[in-house]
Design a protein around this ligand. Structure first.
Ligand SMILES: [Zn+2]
Length: 162
């Protein structure tokens, strides 16, 4: 069975985060971006690696402001969220050469949001056959990176203007 977009697979991502309260609010308030895997801080939005990635390079882009209603999001953070999403897609494309991306938001628990009260955009790079991504390309066994390795590569790329 081939499925390109499996939002239910993303549900555990935020639900499994053990930080009490809203982890997006907690992490942005702390002054330890590397440990929190925060890649880049914009004016109204920020980008961070998902702690429980669906794939290598799984990034979240979220407004600083706590809120889960996309319809109520002000134009400025909405536009900046799109702009930063584009920048992350460019950086991931340049750094990892994926074959495609899943980009989207899960609004509400019924839609698969593990953290329905704080908007966040998922950016998931995709490679052909990545459902068995860990096994093979030809004879080569592809090993996923650690989050720290992904963080180092992507933060450098983004901060250089990626
Ligand atoms: Zn929040």
């Amino acid at each position: 069975m081939q499925r390109l977009w499996a939002p239910w697979r993303l549900q555990y991502v935020t639900a499994a985060d053990s930080t009490p309260g809203c982890f997006l609010c907690v992490k942005q308030a702390e002054n330890r971006d590397a440990e929190n895997l925060i890649l880049l801080r914009g004016v109204r939005v920020f980008a961070l690696l998902n702690l429980f990635p669906y794939n290598t390079g799984h990034v979240l882009v979220a407004p600083y402001a706590h809120g889960g209603d996309l319809g109520a999001l002000d134009a400025e953070p909405a536009m900046e969220m799109t702009a930063l999403t584009q920048r992350v897609v460019r950086a991931l494309g340049a750094e990892y050469r994926p074959d495609g991306f899943n980009v989207g938001m899960n609004l509400g628990r019924v839609a698969g949001a593990g953290l329905p009260d704080h908007l966040h955009m998922h950016i998931v790079p995709r490679w052909g056959g990545d459902t068995n991504f860990m096994t093979v390309t030809g004879e080569t066994k592809v090993m996923p990176e650690t989050l720290d390795q992904t963080y180092a590569r992507l933060a450098a790329r983004l901060r250089a203007g990626g």
